[in-house]
Design a binder for this molecule. Structure first.
Ligand code: SR1
Ligand code: MG
Length: 442
C-alpha cells in the first residue's frame, strides 16, 4: 500500500520511457501477481484467481479480481474515452490525479472512500478495495432502494473536503500545492468545461438532443438571461478556488449498501468552488426524482421512493451545512483565511462565526446554480444518465427531462426563491406538472 507515497504527487510523465499499455483481463492478473501484498491478499495460486470486467462508467477499464482469500478492484485509465473508444483520445495520466486526490482526502474522509492499495504510475492503474456488496447508487435509486446512510455520509464527505482543503483549515502552502497539482488536470477539466458549461448552451456535435426537447435546446442557446446565469457559474468554476473538489460527484460515483457509502472516481479533481460537488450530488437526486414515475413501479412505490429522495435532499443539505460549520468553527489554527487567533475574545468569536456563516451562504448559493447546470448537461449534453435512458418510451422520457429542465431554469433565473432547501423540494411537485413546451411553465 503506497497511498501516501510522494510519487503520487510527482507529476513527471516521460511517455517514451514508460511501460504503459492497455491491459486485458489476463494482463491484470499478471500485474497483480507481481505485487506481493496484493498476491497475499488474494491468496492461492494465480490460476485460481477469477477476473471480471465490470467497466460501467464512461472513461476507464475496471476489473474485479477474486482469489480464495479476498478480492480487489483494478481500475486502469485508458488512452481514450471508453464509451467512444479511439474516436475520443484522452490523456491516461488522469489516474495520477485520481490517486493524488484519494491520498489528499484520505485523512479526512476515511471509510467514506475505498482504500487504495497500490498505484502504478507507469500503467496508470489503481488497485483498490473491492466494494462488495455495494452497488452504484444510480442503479439502486432506479430500483427504488433506500439507503439510510447516504445523505449524512455524502454530506460528511463534502463538508470534510470543503473545510479541510480550504483557507479555513489549510495553510496557504498546502493550498498552493493543491493548486499547483490539480490545475494540471487539464484533459478532464476540458471535458467538464465543454460538457457541463459550454456545449448545452450552444450548437455542438457532441450534444444529444431528443427531438421533443429541441425547443428546450433552442431556448438554452437563445435566452440571454439563462446564458448569463450559466456564464456566472462557469466563471465561478474557473476562478473560485475555494477547496479541492471531487469534480464528478454524481450518482455513478457513489457506491452504497444500506449500511455504508463510498465515494469513488476522483479523476476530475480540481480546486474550485465548494458548491460544485454539493450541487452535483443534489442534481442527480433531483433527476432521479423526476425520472421515478417512469421506472415501472406502482403508485405506492413511486410515492415512497420520491418521499425518500426528498428526505435525502433535505438531510444532505442540512447535514452538509451543519457539519461545514462545526468543522470550520473547530478548524485547526493552520488555516490562514480566518485564523482563530484574530478572533480570540467573545466578540471576535461571534464575528468569526458570522464570517463563516456568510462563507457558507455563498457556497450554498453556488450549489443551487451548479445543481441547475448539472441537470441541463445531463439532458441536453453528451453524457446522459441511465435514470432517464432506461425509460423506453421516448415521449415519457422527454417529459421527465422537460420537467427537470423547468426546475433548472427556475433555479438559474430565480435563485432567491430557493434560499431554503424546503423551497426546492416544494418546487419538485410544481414542475412535475410541466409539459414539453418551454413556454408553458407551471
Ligand atoms: C466523455 S464522458 C465524460 C463524462 O463522464 C463522467 O462521468 C463525467 O460526468 C463526464 O462529464
Ligand atoms: Mg466516473
Amino acid at each position: 500500500m503506497n497511498q501516501a507515497s510522494p510519487s503520487f504527487f510527482a507529476f513527471e510523465p516521460a511517455p517514451a520511457a514508460r511501460a504503459y499499455r492497455v491491459l486485458d483481463a489476463a494482463g491484470v492478473i499478471d500485474v497483480l501477481a507481481g505485487l506481493p501484498e496484493i498476491r497475499a491478499g488474494l491468496g492461492g495460486a494465480q490460476r485460481a484467481w477469477r477476473v471480471r470486467d465490470v467497466a460501467d462508467g464512461n472513461l476507464n477499464a475496471v476489473y474485479l479480481v477474486d482469489g480464495p482469500a479476498g478480492g480487489v478492484c483494478v481500475k486502469q485509465a485508458l488512452p481514450y474515452v471508453r464509451v467512444a473508444k479511439e474516436t475520443w483520445p484522452l490523456d491516461a495520466n488522469r489516474a495520477r490525479f485520481e490517486a493524488a486526490y484519494s491520498a489528499r482526502l484520505a485523512p479526512f474522509v476515511g471509510r467514506l472512500a475505498p482504500t487504495i492499495h497500490h498505484f502504478d504510475p507507469d500503467l496508470l492503474l489503481i488497485v483498490m478495495e473491492k466494494l462488495e456488496p455495494h452497488v452504484i447508487l444510480r442503479k439502486g435509486l432506479i430500483e427504488g432502494r433506500r439507503y439510510p446512510r447516504l445523505a449524512a455520509d455524502v454530506a460528511e464527505y463534502v463538508a470534510q473536503a470543503s473545510v479541510h482543503t480550504s483557507d479555513i483549515a489549510a495553510p496557504f502552502e498546502a493550498r498552493a500545492a493543491d493548486l499547483a497539482l490539480f490545475s494540471r488536470n487539464l484533459a478532464l477539466q476540458r471535458i467538464s468545461v465543454d460538457l457541463i458549461f459550454l456545449d448545452p448552451y450552444t450548437v455542438s456535435d457532441r450534444n444529444k438532443i431528443a427531438p421533443a426537447l429541441e425547443p428546450w435546446a433552442a431556448r438554452l442557446r437563445d435566452d440571454v438571461e439563462i446564458k448569463s446565469a450559466a456564464a456566472r457559474f462557469r466563471l465561478a468554476y474557473l476562478t473560485k478556488a475555494q477547496s479541492l473538489l471531487h469534480g464528478d460527484l454524481h450518482s455513478g460515483s457513489i457506491m452504497v449498501t444500506p449500511e455504508e457509502t463510498r465515494v469513488i472516481d476522483g479523476e476530475f479533481a480540481w480546486v474550485g468552488p465548494s458548491g460544485f460537488d454539493v450541487g452535483d450530488f443534489l442534481a442527480h437526486l433531483v433527476m432521479a426524482w423526476f425520472a421515478k414515475p417512469f421506472h415501472g413501479a406502482s403508485e405506492a412505490e413511486i410515492a415512497a421512493s420520491r418521499g425518500a429522495i426528498e428526505q435525502d435532499i433535505v438531510d444532505f443539505w442540512r447535514t452538509f451545512r451543519r457539519r461545514f460549520l462545526e468543522l470550520a468553527e473547530g478548524a485547526a489554527p493552520a488555516g490562514d483565511g480566518l485564523p482563530q487567533s484574530h478572533f480570540g475574545d467573545p466578540a471576535g468569536v461571534r464575528r468569526r462565526s458570522d464570517l463563516l456563516a456568510a462563507y457558507l451562504e455563498d457556497v450554498c448559493r453556488d450549489a443551487i446554480g451548479f445543481l441547475a447546470m448539472k441537470v441541463v448537461r445531463r439532458i441536453i449534453g453528451f453524457a446522459q444518465i441511465e435514470d432517464f435512458l432506461v425509460i423506453a418510451d421516448a415521449n415519457a422520457r422527454a417529459l421527465a427531462q422537460a420537467r427537470a429542465l423547468n426546475l433548472a431554469r427556475s433555479l438559474l433565473l430565480e435563485p432567491d426563491r430557493y434560499r431554503d432547501i424546503a423551497e426546492l423540494v416544494a418546487a419538485l411537485a410544481k414542475f412535475d406538472r410541466a409539459g414539453l413546451d418551454p413556454d408553458a411553465a407551471p
